[in-house]
Write a protein that binds this ligand. Structure first.
Ligand code: MLT
Length: 328
């Protein structure tokens, strides 16, 4: 089957060459002729992985090719993002980046080996992901007010799980901890998939995580949710108060996940990928799965590559004065 597909594409490219189209343009028009690799910069089972799998499952149908998810972990997502920035810019290696890898990492890592704007083409925003303050089931505080008092009093002994320096969970809890004026011990994992397992297992105390990773656990009663850091409650968790309702209005946080391609990927390829994302986000099944997990589905105007480029630019500007560089 594969050989047949390749020869058809080859014939198509040869025909375009005869018509005088440059081969890069011809390749972009035939794209994709083979499977695509989507790098996910965190462990399987976490929010980036789950969102990627939901959306790329539908994109693969539109594009007529398999999309292989490759989880590449380390350094808060920056190891994978560096790799993606150096991949061939032919549309066959992409990355699902997020607020951490493509914004917060810039001020955090002065020696970052890539720049989100200089080394990537924005493809499309996939989902907004509100942040929740979560704790192990038997963590003593009953509500957010008690949580605030408890972590302040027990600062030296509490710990907070995260997915590495620069990850969303790390940056969100840094923001929370700075509002509370505390510096608890951080416990890094390769993603909040494994971090969530540790929270469920009671090995860590609390975490600031994206909603898609938390809804099944909260509804299953395996962890506690103190508040959601958005102005409104989320329909997937109607009983979880907002931080404003629970007494901590200053803590507001929502992350986002998006697809990026290496810089110089042909515009026609970016357009084809963007079209496939838009189609996925309009699909009833995909929408239901994302909404059931509490995601915020981008509106039409937010789905273009230009809108994602503007978001990245705005987010880098937002985080740069807030985050202090770490040694790397
Ligand atoms: C993060 O904290 O950046 C993410 O939740 C990581 C992940 O997707 O596991």
């Amino acid at each position: 089957m594969k050989r047949y597909g390749r020869s058809v594409a080859g014939g198509f490219l040869a025909a375009l060459a005869v018509l005088g189209l440059p081969s890069s343009q011809a390749q972009a028009q035939a794209y994709p002729t083979r499977s695509i690799t989507m790098i996910v910069p965190f462990a399987a089972g976490g929010p980036t992985d789950v969102i990627s799998r939901i959306v790329t499952g539908h994109m693969a149908q539109t594009l007529g090719q398999t999309i292989i998810i490759e989880n590449v972990v380390g350094a808060g997502g920056t190891t994978a993002t560096t790799r993606a920035s150096r991949a061939a810019n032919d549309g066959y290696t992409l990355i699902t980046g997020h607020m951490g890898t493509h914004a917060a990492s810039v001020p955090l890592y002065p020696n970052l080996a890539y720049h989100p704007e200089k080394n990537f083409e924005p493809v499309a925003l996939l989902a907004g992901t509100p942040i929740l303050i979560l704790a192990r089931k038997d963590f003593p505080p009953k509500d957010l007010k008690e949580f605030v008092a408890y972590v302040k009093t027990n600062e030296a002994k509490v710990n907070a799980a995260h997915a590495g320096v620069g990850s969303v969970s790390n940056v969100s809890c840094e923001l929370l901890n700075s509002i509370l004026g505390i510096k608890p011990t951080g416990v890094p994992f390769n993603g909040t998939g494994p971090a969530m397992n540790a929270l469920v297992g009671g090995q860590v105390d609390y975490m600031c995580d994206q909603i898609v990773n938390a809804v099944p656990q909260i509804n299953g009663g395996t962890i506690k949710a103190y508040a959601i850091a958005t102005p409104q409650r989320n329909p997937s968790l109607p009983n979880v108060p907002t931080t404003a309702e629970a007494g901590l209005p200053a803590f507001q946080a929502q992350a986002w996940n998006a697809i990026f391609a290496p810089k110089g990927t042909p515009p026609a390829v970016v357009a084809r990928l963007n079209e496939a994302v838009v189609k996925a986000l309009d699909d009833e099944g995909v929408r239901k799965r994302l909404l059931d997990l509490g995601s915020v589905i981008p509106a039409a105007a937010e789905r273009t590559p230009a809108a994602l480029g503007a978001l990245v630019n705005k987010e880098i500007a937002k985080w740069t004065p807030v985050l202090k560089p770490v040694q790397n």
